[in-house]
Design a protein around this ligand. Sequence first.
Ligand code: FMN
Length: 203
Amino acid sequence: MQRGAVLRMLCPLYTILHRRAIRRFEPKQIGEEALRQILQAGLYAPSAGGRQGVLFVVSQDREVHERLGRIKRANSHPRMATAASYVSKEQPSIADDPKLTNAFYDAPTVITLFAPKDFLFSAEDCAVAAENTMLAADALGIGSCYIGQGWTAFADPYGQEILRRWGVRSDYYAVMQILMGYPRETDRHPAPRPRKEGRILRF
Ligand SMILES: Cc1cc2nc3c(=O)[nH]c(=O)nc-3n(C[C@H](O)[C@H](O)[C@H](O)COP(=O)(O)O)c2cc1C
């Protein structure tokens, strides 16, 4: 195992600083044991009132990803990048590159996090669980990307059919998707942007 991989396994802060949004994936599926650990990390996230209301739906069906990803793309805000304003030059997002037609970027695994529609902290519960899964993924050498507004992927009859196929309760909604896959080997690991100044106030 490479030194960086060992450090990521052993040191949470190293992993936190190393994780980046990955949008270019190898076609190879992620390993079962890695997926188990990633989901375990999600299950052990904090939750409001300890309610553990988040539902993790794991899909490894490429045809479903392709169709839902296109629906999501069509339902996304059409902001396009400019030279001065972009999401990522190294791992372009759908906002950066109009040629990207699948909002799930051909990721081999897509985890949709659902939570109750009528619970005040559903979005927060899903967000902390999502971060746990992404950090676990990074520690295991797996790339991930957070995809916001998860519900837009299901906003048409095909999406509704998939919700029924997955057996998701109608009082739950999709908060976000987390994409998982091995980062494309020909790409460098993306560099973080410099952190904006003045975001910590101490007294
Ligand atoms: C709430 C939220 C929504 C996001 N939605 C998307 C998305 O729809 N598509 C995408 O490619 N990346 C999405 N991202 C990933 C961000 O673009 C990414 O985290 C950001 O550019 C910073 O890059 P980094 O994660 O590598 O530090 C989202 C991230 C967050 C936290």
